[in-house]
Design a protein around this ligand. Sequence first.
Ligand code: UTP
Length: 304
Amino acid sequence: MSSPTSTPIAFRTAIVPAAGLGTRFLPTTKAVPKELLPVVDTPGIELVAAEAAEAGAQRLIIVTSPDKGAVADYFTPQPELERTLEERGKDALLEKVRRAPGLLSAETATQEQALGLGHAVGCAEPNLTDADDAVAVLLPDDLVLPTGVLRRMAEVRARHGGSVLCAFDVPREQISAYGVFDVTDTDDEDVKQVRGMVEKPAPEQAPSTFAAAGRYLLDRAVFDALRRIEPGAGGELQLTDAVALLISEGHPVHVVVHRGGRHDLGNPGGFLKAAVDFALKDPEYGPDLRSWLVERIAENDGVS
Ligand code: UTP
């Protein structure tokens, strides 16, 4: 057991499912995996890999499909490119090129067909070791900001056991866009025990205003549950169905309510907001973008 002052290491392995079809980003995703689209200059998958490493993960299992090899390539060292940059004295670029492969030890698992998020997570099971009592799952198209929620989730697992998910408190009128938790309170205002989940409820029928986010700290029991659930619409195995099965069997599941921001990189509109948000904070591009945006918006307002 860890001492009360130290942050428990609840997981060493992070799984990043990246084998989806990315249909909302067609036609680009005919050839380019959406996980590699750059938020300014860095793909979303590197941002979540950095988040996993910061939370203490040592291994990253990227679940990819046979035609998305570029995602794995991105985490492979590129000695020739590095040599060229070194010779040209491009130190800042060299550092950027080395960052993803240096974050943590990355490996891949293959999902032959996009049969759902639950199925994708299940594909990573053969990569686990006996030491993996729990795994973190991070969706690469969901940026949860500021980072740090995984550590909070690890603390909650150390205290309550079982699995821990992440939620945002969203305005009730927006709740029908999300998976929504049915919860009971604990003695911590930002930690709730989960009784169930409802997908995209009407606002008046939503059991709470706590919407699911793409961060999971899952007890290894989830893999057994994934084998016992039935596929839903489109033949897909849903991760939330496996979690629901665990809850029905008495497995403790809690959520940490994250009081921060979020970007959905999974669709062009959300992706653009993330890119603008990150670019505005970028010392190189921010100032110019800001004045250009102000001008552009004023022009547009004049036209309307
Ligand atoms: P999404 O539903 O956001 O991704 O899944 P998608 O299916 O690729 O996108 P759309 O809906 O067609 O536009 C969340 C994450 O889970 C992965 C995706 O790659 C994404 O990172 N995923 C989804 C898989 O790895 N396998 C699947 O079968 C489904």
